[in-house]
Structure formats: C-alpha cells, structure tokens
Design a protein around this ligand. Structure first.
Ligand SMILES: Nc1ncnc2c1ncn2[C@@H]1O[C@H](COP(=O)(O)OP(=O)(O)OP(=O)(O)O)[C@@H](O)[C@H]1O
Ligand SMILES: [Mg+2]
Length: 329
C-alpha cells in the first residue's frame, strides 16, 4: 500500500513524499520465543518459537515426548519457562498471571473431575470462578453443554462420563469464560467418529469467531482440514521454516490413477516431474495448483490416457511429518 505524506516545514514550504507501507499484521494473540524448560535432568522443551494470530487455528505436531504438552502448559501460564519469552494478548504470563488465566481457555489431555459435581455444576463452578453471577454461570453452563452435545448428561456426575464424554466436558470447560485464546491438548483423543467431525466443525467455528487456537493431535489427516498453520516439534525444539517448506512440498504431490493408457509414458512426454507406482497404472506427480492439475489432466487425455482419479496424496501434514521423521532418524 502507498500513502502520500505531506510535511510542513518551519519556513512554510512543504514536501510531499510517497511512503510504502509494509503489510500491517495484527500482533499475535499467543507467542513464544526461544522458550526452554527442564524437569531435573530431562530437557523437555529446548528451544520453542511460535505464534498464533487471532482468528486462526495452528496445529502443534510432533512425536510422543517431544515437548508439546510442556510447551502448552507454559503458554497457558501454568508452568514457568526456564528461559525465553511468552506473550498472551501481548502480555507476559510471568508479569500478569491473572490476565493470562482469563485470556486462555486450556483443555488438558486428561480432565480431572471432582467426584461430587455433575456436568452442569462443574461448568457452573468454573463460571463462578471467572466472576459470573450464579444465574449467568448456570445459563452459560447449559448452553455450553448443548454446544458439545452433552445436554442429556447435564445432571450426571462428571466422574461417570466415558472418556470421549469427558473430553467434550473438558472442551466446554475451556470455553466457560469465552476466552480469546484456546490451547487444546489432543482434544480429539478418545472421541468417536461423529464427535471428531463435530470437534473439527467447532474448532473451525471458534477460529472464524476470531479466537486464536493452538491444537495438538496425532491424527494428522484430521488436522489438515481444521488448521491454517502448523508448527512441528522434535526433541524439544520447534522446526520453523524447514517444516513449512516440507508441508508446502507435500501439498504439491498428487496421485494420478488411470483406467488404461500409459500414465508414466504420457507424463514423461509432458515433461512432468513424477514417480511411477510399480503396482498400478498410476504415478505421483508434482503439481503446483488446481489450474496445473487441469493442465495435466488435459495433457493425459490428449495422450489417450483415461484418468480415473487425480487428487493430492493423502494428508499434507502427515506426508511432511513422515518425511521429516525419516530425515531425523
Ligand atoms: N512433570 C514432569 N517431570 C519430569 N519429566 C517430565 C514431566 N513432564 C514431562 N516430562 C518429560 O518431558 C518430555 C516432554 O514431555 P511432554 O509431555 O511435553 O511431551 P508430548 O510431546 O506432550 O508427548 P505426547 O505426544 O506423548 O503427549 C518427556 O521426556 C517427558 O518424560
Ligand atoms: Mg502431550
């Protein structure tokens, strides 16, 4: 963007200059820079840097024990980093812990419940703790139970819930005070297929409402449809641009499967970068975008290849993850 800027000088003259603006970005709702944390001699998080913008959903991905939960606990203000900087809505949890607690909705990987409280009482108690009136806390609790499809179990003690039902109650609890930032640690674990789809829709909705969402999961194919961005972690460190490049590369890998005709021969003639598949009349081709895919399809048709399917190869996040894991072994 360009703007004309007029400067008036003391002698009455003026100069007009054209100023080029950088794109103006909203400050991140959640950010970590060079964060570190050890437990005794175990270095759980070595060097983590990430940021999540308002209105976006970011995945935190990495193998068991790489430090995701530890990092999320620090971002939620529940664990102190040994070094590095964290900001939530521009404020440091170390300096303003109360502000962080009210800005972040935290969903732990396993929900602890109070034995004596029902589902609605659990949410009501949290609502009260956030300063809501009794009536508002109760109304809010019922509406959240509806949102996570637990309304039928409102009067049941939370301890009798199944694992998946507990996950949904835990998600509702994270939403009690309508926080601008949500940190969800493996929210889909233990959910049945319908609940997973509902979770995906709900997370997308929360993003669309303007919340910043950080979500960890091991089911990468599900994250593909849910997230705007992904941060990969390995052995306590976030991987940054190398991982972004790998995801971008994975997105360009498409599989072409033909009914008849010579797929590999035709792709070679078209000068495409591809890998033939040994056990089928198929190949994995590098394709830049939808328009490029249409070009390949037209080229194959002209060469007499009858294409049955052409589509991106599986999940881009999963592909990128597997490639990076293989490289790091
Ligand atoms: N309270 C603790 N005391 C000692 N070590 C811990 C503690 N919490 C985590 N760790 C260690 O820190 C490392 C990172 O653990 P963390 O739970 O953050 O991993 P994760 O990426 O969330 O793994 P997962 O995918 O299995 O949930 C592990 O080696 C773990 O054993
Ligand atoms: Mg974990």
């Amino acid at each position: 963007m360009r703007t004309l800027v007029t400067a008036w000088h003391p002698n009455g003259s003026r100069t007009v200059s054209v100023v080029e603006h950088m794109e103006t970005f909203a400050p991140p709702a959640l950010a970590a820079t060079g964060v570190r944390r050890a437990f005794g001699h175990v270095q759980a998080v070595v060097n983590a840097t990430l940021s999540v913008q308002p209105g976006s959903v970011t995945a935190l991905i990495g193998p068991n024990g790489c430090g995701k939960t530890t990092l999320m606990l620090m971002l939620a203000g529940l664990l102190k980093p040994d070094a590095g900087e964290i900001t939530v809505q521009g404020h440091s949890p170390a300096i303003e812990p109360k502000l962080t607690r009210t800005s972040v909705g935290w969903m732990p990987d396993v929900l602890g419940t109070w034995d004596s409280l029902t589902c609605v009482e659990t949410l009501e108690t949290f609502g009260r703790a956030y300063g809501l009136s009794q009536a508002d806390a109760r109304a809010g609790a019922f509406s959240l139970l509806e949102r996570v499809h637990l309304a039928d179990l409102a009067a049941q003690p939370a301890r009798v819930l199944s694992r998946g039902q507990k996950q949904r109650l835990s998600l509702a609890r994270a939403l009690v005070n309508d926080p601008p930032v949500l940190i969800l640690d493996e929210p889909a674990s233990g959910l049945d297929p319908r609940s997973r789809v509902e979770l995906r829709d709900l997370v997308r909705q929360l993003g669309a409402e303007g919340k910043a969402v950080l979500i960890s999961s091991h089911v990468l194919s599900e994250l593909d449809e849910m997230v705007d961005d992904a941060v990969f972690m390995s052995r306590g460190s976030t991987l940054g641009e190398a991982a972004d490049a790998e995801v971008a590369r994975a997105k360009t890998r498409w599989r072409v499967v033909a009914v008849d005709g010579d797929v590999a021969g035709a792709l070679a003639t078209l000068g495409r970068d591809f890998t033939p598949e040994a056990d089928a009349n198929a190949a994995v081709v590098s394709i830049a975008d939808d328009a490029d895919a249409a070009n390949v399809l037209a080229g194959l048709a002209l060469a007499g290849v009858r294409v049955a399917r052409i589509a991106p190869v599986g999940s881009a996040l999963e592909q990128a993850y597997l490639t990076m894991e293989a490289e790091r072994r």
